[in-house]
Design a binder for this molecule. Structure first.
Ligand SMILES: C[S@@+](CC[C@H](N)C(=O)[O-])C[C@H]1O[C@@H](n2cnc3c(N)ncnc32)[C@H](O)[C@@H]1O
Length: 304
């Protein structure tokens, strides 16, 4: 496809929710046109989303995901990234390994490179229910977010995701407290193992554990669900999407969510001046996501 044709095709797809099996829908996308794929597919055996693909067995999960992964890889730009939010499942008393099998498959068979495995930590504190019935373990308070690159270089912006410094680091940067910048020791008083001394970059590196409660306090979405008498059972928080959109793309880039559900990725992309495409197999969810987008940006132009 010529560059102008690619551009035209992309323009016809962007800023819309497309209903269908992503594996089929992606086939009409041009090669290497997407900057970031950020998505949370149905987890194995977890929920019925009212489409053919609901309730995928953990043993079949890699096989189910394989053709979709091939399409995701094909549509990503060479410097693009794929962020996969997923969690696992206890089967016959043990945690099933399909998540780890999938990561190996994506790297060894599809050709992705693992950039960083992130933990999305949900600090909710419900009573423990897993210690009953002989399961004998704590609740799982995290999900995985695997950041893969397609090629050897990818977009990464640290500044928009920096966190405030801790107390000790603030003192250290002011030349006070523990640690000595002149003697090259850290606030913990350990020695630096290099010549560099930490400078104030306006905030700290947020690390690989992202703490966000998954509360359903989105007024716009809650209002919409009430009006329409439907909801989406497995939204992720907008803050989670934002973390990867801000760090993994630049303004004007294009973000794809092939399992877009209630449209969280798209909303965050639009809010941060990125272009977006959502795909979901369930028509009701596509309509819900479109209505959510319109409500979120009522009166404002989001490119819709
Ligand atoms: C975990 S949910 C995504 C939730 C989304 N991140 C949000 O915040 O709302 C997974 C979604 O994948 C959709 N789905 C399942 N199989 C699909 C397929 N083959 N192609 C596209 N969407 C699919 C389901 O309808 C469901 O909405």
């Amino acid at each position: 496809m010529e560059q102008t044709q690619v551009q035209r095709k992309l323009e016809s797809l962007e800023n819309s929710f497309i209903c269908g099996n992503c594996e089929d829908v992606l086939k009409v996308f041009p090669q290497e046109c997407i900057d970031l794929v950020l998505t949370s597919p149905p987890y194995a055996d977890q929920r019925d989303y009212g489409s053919d693909d609901s309730l995928i067995s953990p043993d079949q999960y890699v096989q189910w995901f394989a053709p979709k992964a091939q399409e995701i890889h094909r549509v990503l730009k060479e410097n693009g990234s794929f962020v996969l939010n997923i969690s696992d499942k206890v089967v016959n008393g043990y945690q099933h390994l399909f998540v780890f099998e999938l990561v190996l498959f994506l790297c060894k068979d599809i050709g992705f490179h693992l950039v960083r495995d992130y933990i999305w930590y949900n600090p909710a504190t419900p009573p423990n229910v897993f210690s009953r019935g002989g399961y004998g373990r704590t609740k799982k308070s995290h999900e995985y977010c695997f950041w893969f690159s397609k090629g050897p270089e990818w977009t990464f912006n640290l500044d928009p995701i920096r966190k405030p410094y801790g107390k000790d680091m603030l003192k250290y940067l002011q030349g006070k407290g523990k640690g000595d910048r002149n003697r090259n020791t850290r606030p913990s008083t350990h020695n630096f193992d290099c010549e560099k001394v930490w400078n104030d970059n306006g905030g700290s590196d947020p690390g690989s554990v992202i703490e966000i409660g998954n509360t359903n306090s989105n007024d716009v979405f809650a209002k919409l669900c009430k009006e329409r008498g439907i909801s989406h059972p497995a939204r992720f928080p907008e803050k989670l999407a934002e973390f990867f959109i801000l760090s993994g793309t630049d303004e004007g880039d294009i973000v794809l969510d092939p399992f877009s559900g209630s449209g969280t990725t798209a909303i965050s992309a639009a809010r941060n001046n990125r272009r977006w495409i959502g795909i979901d197999a369930n028509q009701d969810y596509c309509e819900l996501a479109s209505a959510r987008m319109n409500l979120e940006f009522e009166g404002a132009s989001n490119g819709d």
